[in-house]
Design a protein around this ligand. Sequence first.
Ligand SMILES: Cc1cc2nc3c(=O)[nH]c(=O)nc-3n(C[C@H](O)[C@H](O)[C@H](O)COP(=O)(O)OP(=O)(O)OC[C@H]3O[C@@H](n4cnc5c(N)ncnc54)[C@H](O)[C@@H]3O)c2cc1C
Length: 672
Amino acid sequence: MFSTVKDDMSIESTLISKERKNAKFPVEELTNVWDGGKEETELRRKIVKLFEDDPVLKSPPICTMTREERFTKATRKSAYIYRNLIPNNGLHPGSREFEHFSRAMPIENNLLVHMIAFIPCIKSFGSQEQVAKWLPLALNLNIIGAYAQTELGHGSFLRGIETEATFDKKTQEFVINCPKVSSMKWWPGDMGLNANHALVMANLIIDGKEYGMHAFIVQIRDLSTHMPLPGVTVGDIGSKMGFEAIDNGFLYMKNVRIPRENLLNKNSEVKPDGTYVKKASDRLMYGSMVNLRVNLPKSQAIDVLAKACTIAIRYSAVRRQGLLNPGGAEVAVLDYTLQQHKLIPQLATVYATKFAGEGIIKKHQAFLQNMAKGNISDLAEIHALSASFKASVSEQCTEGVEVCRRACGGHGYSQASGLPFLLCKITPSCTYEGENTVLYLQTARYLVKCASKQAADLPESIAFLVQPIQDMKGSITSLDNLIICFKNSAALCVQGVSKKVNEMSNKGLAMHEVWNKSSVQLVKSAKMYVMQYIIGAFVSFVTEVKCSEPIKEILQDLCCLYGLHYINTHSGEFLKLGVLSAHHCTLAEETEIQLLEKLRPNAVGIVDAFDFTDSSMESCLGAYDGNVYERLFDMAKLSPLNKEKVHQESYRHLRPFLLEGRDILEGVKSKN
Ligand SMILES: Cc1cc2nc3c(=O)[nH]c(=O)nc-3n(C[C@H](O)[C@H](O)[C@H](O)COP(=O)(O)OP(=O)(O)OC[C@H]3O[C@@H](n4cnc5c(N)ncnc54)[C@H](O)[C@@H]3O)c2cc1C
């Protein structure tokens, strides 16, 4: 319907090729560092190609589809991936190949909550017999489950959960009830339309006594007709800011009966006579939550920011707007220091959080090995670290994606840029799997407890909180000094708020009031604590990684930039704590600007090293060839509103006025 408009060789493609020629480091080697080795890069590419070449997984761009089409296509693709593609290609969960799975998945998919929450919870909360019964069914999609914890009325405050599971000795069943509208389960992914089971978190009641929250497997839909079972009201909660392909659902249960065996009973059990038996500490439940939290930041936040950086930096390298030299040629917006100041620190955040996250995954693996031997002494530390890490990374990456989106000007507002989709995908990562503020407060509780102990009684990584403040020797901009600066700041924040808490409670204020009145500083301490961890882990990685000098230099520069950018955007905090002087802050700002200039020529190469395929980004601005304008026009042509040259409905409403206009204009014309 529209004629083709094409340049022989667009200026934009030429510009991006030049950027690549100017890069001062081997991009492929940085890709290998990112993936964790050459072999991992090869494996990842093989798996991504397997998915991208599969005709079943092809679909139109998401911005041209309705919600209904997006949900249907995502379900079709996910069913195919889990039942055909993965088993037929030996991609077993836990295998090395599976590590690269999230990079290979189509841009929209569902059944993820079934895979990453329902299945792991069966493993964590179920006895051996229960795992043997439910796991194969779940892995084969013979049953599809949601993780149903949040209710209309309560999310963060778990003790506020109202759904009840009352034991009926006569029938040996639990009777599940949502006593009020506010008790209805609300939000669980995959639950509205696809799930036929739900792992329901409910308050266990035996003989009128409450035993707190427990996990129950509840069948919600008939296995042959998929109709909701008697007593079950279930459906989709409606359109959201994002996640449009996912059926986040509501679930209201009235006298729904499930067998006694459906209480997942690894940690506690109800005997046929109603005796409640506790088999393991409640603390083990935290161990299971840590699992998801440790792994979530990479796929749900860090990779999303990496894509946003790829889009914004490639676009900024080809988008010409204005002059730097009066009378000179128009420049790419990436040449403006201010554009570099927006985007390059986001790149640094991607690297910092990715490598710090790998450190936490290793710590968690060591914890799991100890837990298997019955030793959970590291639980509090790993819980505090993973909670604040999840909160900090989701927050930093969400802010970063919005910075990238705005840095693309008007086109960043278009769905065709891919950036609004990424922003809507990443934003809820600040809310699900623990609301960020609530997570920071949990970390702070642990830190305040630590502050009252001796260094010798604390884990090695925490002892600095109670040890003397360290001196910084030499320039503030050295990596060693950055670590000292953040460690000192975290220690002073924690000590300061602990003092405030002690003083207020010594004055006789009730602890809950003390906590509420100190919560602003508590959250700040948790943030500073996790920042010192991220900086320390990134510096260790950069120091130890085996790679060529040019790559090492880039990683060191990104590491320094990450620390300095944080200092420069929060300088008031560092000055207030007395960790930095005004002179330090001036130096930090100047050094950041120098680093931006130094990293600028490599910026396109650094995002190329993430190695995202064009189809995994669905972005007209971020495609490898830089051909942004032709792509934007091609995408606009696909808009469903452009199907007909005249949109009949709009024409019907406007026609009377247009005809009036025609007559007036023709009348004017005839007078002239
Ligand atoms: C996309 C998406 C997917 C989800 N998927 C699932 C799922 O699969 N299964 C499931 O069960 N749930 C799911 N949820 C729900 C999610 O887990 C909850 O929304 C989340 O835990 C936050 O709880 P809330 O909504 O009750 O927020 P609230 O706790 O009501 O938060 C509202 C505000 O109150 C503040 N606040 C709360 N408590 C405190 C406190 N103690 N001190 C200070 N401030 C406080 C918060 O910081 C926030 O600013 C999903 C949510 C989203 C958005």
